[in-house]
Design a protein around this ligand. Sequence first.
Ligand code: GDP
Length: 424
Amino acid sequence: MVRAIVGACWGDEGKGKITDMLAENSDIIIRFQGGSNAGHTIINDYGKFALHLLPSGVFYNHTTSIIGNGVALNIPYLVNEINSIVEKGVPKPKILVSNRAQILMPYHILFDEYEEKRLGKNSFGSTKSGIAPFYSDKYAKIGFQVSELFDDELLKEKVYRVCEQKNVILEHMYHEPKIDPEELLKTLHEYKEMVEPYVCDTVTFLHNAIKEGKNILLEGQLGSLKDPDFGIYPMVTSSSTLAAYGAIGAGIPPYEIKDIVTVVKAYSSAVGAGEFVSEIFGEEADELRKRGGDGGEFGATTGRPRRMGWFDCVASRYGCKIQGATQVALTVIDVLGYLDEIKVCVGYEIDGKVTKDFPTTAELKKAKPVYEILPGWKSEIRGIEKYEDLPENCRKYIEFIEKELEVPVKMVSNGPGRHEIIYR
Ligand code: GDP
């Protein structure tokens, strides 16, 4: 059975925890898009980890972790991340890297930096991990596949060809140092040595695994609103964040994805620039940020303070819809226990009209939140294991959200730990 875990909003919904938890009963966990630009925070028996490139299943002995063909593969980053968890006492995980994954090149990171610098105050708020230049090159057909590292002649010809183009831009547009093709070749030879132990024809591996009835988990990064087609374009990421893309980015038949667990946080947060209708500011935001997540809402990759907001039914319902959510995992609800009243955004007012449908970016810029106010529960709910034992107002909040989402909330997470979960 193939299951996907994806986010409904801007990312940071708590997917890492849910993946780590569901990985316990999985055989294979796959990253299918993105790169090291976002992070998952996971707390388990080995400690607290922020994973960026490795799938969240790496903490189990019985799982195989796969970097799918859809991922932006930063090879030294991968090797460092493996070493860093092993140093903390985690048994060396079984990792496979698709021979069709493309390599995030050192110059992708530089181009990301240079472009953000050039844009100045109009920058995208990129994490400068090279993701946009990487995917641009992939679709411009000048990317490097892992398999190409193993063909010296092809590699050399391509390195020289690509450097010619990159160097024109470096010299005349950014006024930055040019790339030396021989040095780049040397780096790529090092990359080959680093990645060789993991390279695999993951398509064949996965098709066999499906035939054998293995439990497979597709792990999404970021969320629906960062999808390049359906998100808040252009303030999006450069690869699809949707479960449907899991089939492409892992190389499995789309009809095999039977369950799409969509993670939704009990309030909103976002990193980077872009539309965020229910955003809050000032003390109200500081308080929620400080109490949020596990030790505050700060980016797992950048440490940047996250932008905060109330729960947005319009964005979350849309986010679930485009994911094709079969169930929702509602996370971080414990954090709201301090509030007397909780605002929930139930509609957007655009040019005097209220809509419940998520609009395109141009319309979104004009949207003002329409709030409904629900009573708080004013108590600590961590440690509660049964849904019936939650305070009445907490259950009402969950049921209100469920009705708005139009998807069953089957899991409620009331703490950062692996087993802090209430099944419904
Ligand atoms: P991801 O990228 O979607 O995995 O999200 P992050 O890892 O960036 O953000 C989730 C944060 O919230 C992490 O610090 C988690 O440890 C924490 N977290 C996850 N679920 C819960 C929960 O139910 N309650 C609390 N208090 N923290 C949670």
